[in-house]
Design a protein around this ligand. Structure first.
Ligand SMILES: Nc1ncnc2c1ncn2[C@@H]1O[C@H](COP(=O)(O)OP(=O)(O)OP(=O)(O)O)[C@@H](O)[C@H]1O
Length: 232
């Protein structure tokens, strides 16, 4: 469903992504691993169209989307939960969720909304609170819920456990596992928290200095070779 071929990106003279290729199938969770600053967030932004690429291609279901704008990619079924969550702090939880549903019809929206409240019951209790008054973990849940309300084919999560308390990390893990078991979505999970990614991923890719230096199935993820690229 997602095919990335030889992506190259630069920040000025700095060559940030160097020929990155990866693929991801429906029903699969791919972990994107790597130390701080190796280019993970840059790659995700290129996939969402927030940053332009210098060379290479991104395909979704066989269609070349390399030149499409973020909103066009969103309407094709890509949802992005950025690092730091970027919820609307002054809007209520309900209003934040409505932003995610903007592209859906009334009937579709209420069905998806029911499913999302099952996944994140806490959001139902907090519908009228302002986003900015939620805890960091609740904001992360809100950001994931908002992305799911667009009913995506591919959800891209940038470090969903960053700065979040263990009990909510567990809840977020459960949701990702459920989405994976449903089998109708592809999940790209960028993570520094190795054990979390190891539990959830089917396959992994490791970036180092903008290059893919290791990849494989989940059973190979715990190897010395992979750990070497992640050790600080
Ligand atoms: N807007 C920017 N302008 C110039 N350089 C940038 C910009 N954003 C990131 N960089 C640099 O590009 C490199 C890759 O950054 P990126 O944020 O993609 O890394 P990362 O692997 O996601 O790290 P982290 O885990 O800290 O988010 C880093 O050296 C970073 O300093």
């Amino acid at each position: 469903m997602l095919n990335v071929e030889q992506l190259n990106q630069y920040y000025g003279a700095a060559h940030t992504l160097r020929g990155v290729s990866l693929s991801l199938n429906k029903g699969e969770c791919l972990a994107l691993l790597g130390r701080n600053g190796v280019g993970k967030t840059t790659l995700l932004k290129c996939l969402m169209g927030v940053l332009p690429v210098a060379k290479g291609h991104v395909q979704l279901d066989g269609k070349d989307i390399t030149k499409l704008k973020p909103h066009e990619r969103a309407s094709l079924g890509i949802a992005y939960v950025p690092q730091g969550r970027e919820i609307f702090a002054r809007l209520t939880v309900e209003e934040n969720l409505m932003m995610g549903m903007a592209v859906k019809s009334g009937r579709q929206a209420s069905k998806i909304k029911g499913e999302v409240f099952e996944l994140f019951p806490v959001l139902k209790e907090m519908l009228h609170r302002r986003g900015g008054d939620l805890s960091g973990g609740q904001q992360q849940q809100l950001a994931i819920a908002r992305a799911l309300l667009a009913d995506p084919k591919l959800i891209i999560l940038d470090e969903p456990t960053e700065g979040i308390q263990p009990s909510i990390i567990k809840d977020i893990g459960k949701v990702i596992r459920l989405l994976r078991q449903r089998g109708d979505m592809a999940i790209l999970l960028c993570e520094q928290y190795f054990d979390f990614a190891h539990e959830l991923a089917d396959r992994f890719v490791v970036l180092s200095r903008g290059e893919v230096v290791a990849s494989g199935t989940q059973d190979k993820m715990n190897s010395e070779d992979v750990k070497r690229h992640l050790a600080v």
